[in-house]
Design a protein around this ligand. Structure first.
Ligand code: OSB
Ligand code: MG
Length: 371
């Protein structure tokens, strides 16, 4: 049966992070993003969240390109095509090249609406099985090693299941070795956000002795060839983030042995349907996967939780508790983590209520489209 979508709403929100987040590519203090809403003829509301940043540092997409592509391209396709199941959306969007975060933001609202209409959780709609998910935390580059040590010990005490720290040339081996000396047994990994090239191979080999769970995206954002060469030369498992935009990218990276682990981000791969396909391929090939994060507000966080209930999400993801990012989140209750575990909500759809008052307070622009 066709999902009778009547209206799509785009709200542009502006929220300030509790702490600026620094990676090898720059610092993020403030987030602007879109909350998408798909409303059916009975008034059921499905929600999605766009994850691009204001500058194209992580991938080429930005808040502005997300807006343009949703408003001028994708919403028109939703008007012209009937949707029986949320898996149809990625096919309807297929003629549009890339712009994965824009596609995922709209597809996500339709997945939530679908699950609510079926009276099932988004996790169930996706084929998820876990009732609880393990999570870790991603810590940005800090002003000093002491600051980093303090942060890590705080989060280890909170029970987070894995510590990821950002690295770049000049903030890598020595800092990681110091962390390892203080915390000999914690599950520890490093994310370089493409800060290295094969010329740095000797420096990257030094990490072998630190018993890291993995190194995330050491080389170029668009590379899988050099990553295969690097993986053959180092012991630390490579996890790809920026390089994987689709099922096809994942297939090629697995075939070339460019990585042993994949960080799956719904926005980067163009939505939940594509994320599920990467999950299934990873399962067939025994590739460990985990759900990445984009400093999301509550709606994006809720989508990540639902995805991470699928069985091949064998490693703790980056979906930390709301209060680490925001003074006030836009969902009720906010996402909380106890001993490194999130209990998956059992209400229909994303399973969290929308805090409409908070949503309004953070909204800086709103547009409504008839479908
Ligand atoms: O806490 C999170 O949401 C993930 C933080 C993170 O590592 C990250 C944040 C912004 C951009 C890219 C990345 C990344 O995973 O590379
Ligand atoms: Mg990353």
């Amino acid at each position: 049966m066709t999902i009778p979508i009547k209206t799509i709403k785009l709200r542009r929100l502006k929220m300030t992070l509790n702490n600026p987040f620094t990676t090898s590519f720059g610092t993020i203090k403030e987030k602007e993003f879109f909350i998408t809403e798909a409303i059916d003829d009975s008034g059921n509301r499905g929600f999605g969240e766009s994850v691009a940043f204001l500058t194209p540092w992580y991938t080429e997409e930005t808040v502005e390109t997300n807006h343009h592509i949703m408003k001028d391209v994708l919403i028109k396709l939703l008007k012209e095509n009937a949707i029986d199941h949320p898996d149809d959306v990625s096919n309807i969007f297929r003629p549009v090249k890339r712009n994965h975060m824009a596609k995922a933001a709209l597809e996500g609202a339709i997945w939530d609406l679908y699950a609510k209409r079926e009276n099932i959780t988004l996790s169930e709609a996706l084929g998820g099985t876990r009732k609880q998910i393990d999570v870790g935390i991603s810590i940005g580059i800090q002003p000093t090693v002491e600051d980093l040590l303090e942060k890590i010990s705080h989060h280890v005490n909170q029970g987070y299941k894995r510590i990821k720290m950002k690295i770049k040339p000049g903030w890598d081996y020595e800092v990681l070795r110091e962390i390892r000396n203080h915390f000999p047994d914690i599950p520890l990994m490093a994310d370089a956000n493409s800060a290295y090239t094969l010329k740095d191979i000797e420096q990257l080999k030094k990490l072998n002795e630190l018993n890291l769970m993995m190194i995330e995206q050491p080389l170029a954002h668009d590379d899988i060839i050099d990553h295969a060469k690097l993986q053959a030369a180092i012991k630390t498992p490579i996890c790809l983030d920026e390089s994987i935009h689709s099922l096809e990218d994942a297939r090629k990276a697995i075939e070339l042995k460019s990585c042993q682990v994949i960080n799956v981000k719904i926005g980067r791969v163009g939505g939940l349907t594509e994320a599920k396909k990467i999950h299934d391929l990873s399962r067939e090939n025994n590739i460990d996967i985990w759900c990445g994060g984009m400093l999301e507000a509550g709606i994006g966080r809720a989508h990540n939780i639902a995805l991470a209930t699928l069985p091949q999400f064998t490693l703790p993801g980056d979906t930390a508790g709301s209060s680490l990012y925001w003074k006030k989140d836009i969902i009720q209750p906010e996402v909380t983590v106890h001993d490194g575990v999130i209990t998956v909500p059992d209400k229909p759809g994303i399973g969290f209520e929308i805090d409409d008052e908070a949503l309004d307070a953070f909204t800086i622009d709103e547009e409504v489209f008839d479908i």
